[in-house]
Ligand binder design. Structure first.
Ligand SMILES: Nc1ncnc2c1ncn2[C@@H]1O[C@H](COP(=O)(O)OP(=O)(O)OP(=O)(O)O)[C@@H](O)[C@H]1O
Ligand SMILES: [Mg+2]
Length: 283
């Protein structure tokens, strides 16, 4: 099941559309959810504020109905249902995440200061949810038909590549794998070129098995000497989706989101998938 959170905002609606198309590609049902305070959702006729509660319930149902209609337009074959979740939206989405194979949210919602790069719900679920998360952003124009994946050579790369290859195959588009490296401490061009060979080899090794499992996916591989955030932002310009792991090499114990993923949450040029790094992988 794919779950998408909506709040009545334009970006939330776009997230619902994105999630519906993804559900069609994956042949999965879609659940559209909206969170509201539990007292209002569960109010009975005897409650003192039942009038306010009914008004809030009507609002929540209107938000959901609009999103369901939009999802059906975008993907008529997908089985869609809707649910009002009780409580704070971040907590409610985290609670439903274990039931979902993918949780989709918009980068912004109804509230929030326009200048902020990310809303609190989006920030609160990415990297924290017990499933993969896609943050949908408003972007002008049509995507160019390409999936971009960032790999750093850590064990997290396996989850990222599994997700990215599957997406590229489902969509019938090429996959661009980007590995950025920047080591300031190595002086001289000779050292840099020796390093470049090393990095190329690393990526080839990581990719070898995946290419075999997805022979139909055209793969472009980019090893760039740049900061990963800059390199991935650049590569993902106009792409369908940018895929990164929740944590990578530099994983500091206790941090739920690596610094590259965190920066991309705020600065990705389009939809961003944060693939959950499994604890069993020792990360
Ligand atoms: N009440 C909600 N129920 C379900 N999903 C929600 C709810 N509120 C937000 N979302 C989801 O989270 C996305 C981002 O909204 P968010 O609330 O983070 O941004 P914001 O409203 O701009 O800022 P903030 O609420 O932090 O002031 C929305 O597009 C939607 O997908
Ligand atoms: Mg909000």
């Amino acid at each position: 099941m794919i779950v998408v959170g909506v709040d009545g905002s334009r970006i939330g609606l776009q997230a619902a559309g994105w999630a519906a198309r993804e559900a069609a590609l994956r042949k999965r049902p879609l659940r559209i959810v909206h969170a509201m305070p539990a007292w209002a959702r569960d109010a009975t006729e005897n409650d003192r504020y039942v009038g306010v509660a009914r008004w809030m319930q009507d609002g929540a149902n209107a938000v959901l109905n609009t999103a369901v209609e939009h999802a059906r337009q975008e993907a008529p074959t997908v089985e869609v249902d809707q649910e009002i979740l009780p409580g704070d939206p971040r907590a409610a989405l985290l609670k439903i995440a274990p039931e979902a194979e993918l949780l989709v949210v918009g980068s912004h919602g109804l509230g929030g200061f326009r200048g902020l790069l990310l809303g609190s719900v989006a920030l609160g679920v990415a990297g924290h949810a017990a499933c993969d998360v896609v943050v949908v952003r408003e972007v002008p124009g049509r995507p160019r038909g390409e999936i971009v994946a960032g790999v750093d050579g850590s064990a997290a790369g396996d989850g990222v590549l599994a997700f990215a290859f599957a997406e590229a195959e489902l969509r019938g588009v090429p996959l661009r794998v980007v590995h950025a490296w920047n080591r300031h401490d190595l002086g001289g061009i000779l050292a840099a070129s020796a390093d470049e060979d090393n990095e190329q080899r690393l990526v080839k090794e990581v990719l070898a098995g995946w290419r075999g499992r997805h022979p139909d996916v055209e793969v472009f591989c980019e090893v760039v000497h740049d900061h990963p955030v800059a390199a991935l932002r650049h590569a993902a310009e106009g792409a369908d989706l940018l895929v990164v792991g929740s944590r990578g090499h530099g994983a500091v114990a206790g941090l739920v989101l690596g610094s590259v993923s965190q920066a991309l949450l705020h600065h990705a040029p389009g939809p961003l998938a944060i693939v959950r790094t499994r604890r069993e992988a020792g990360l």
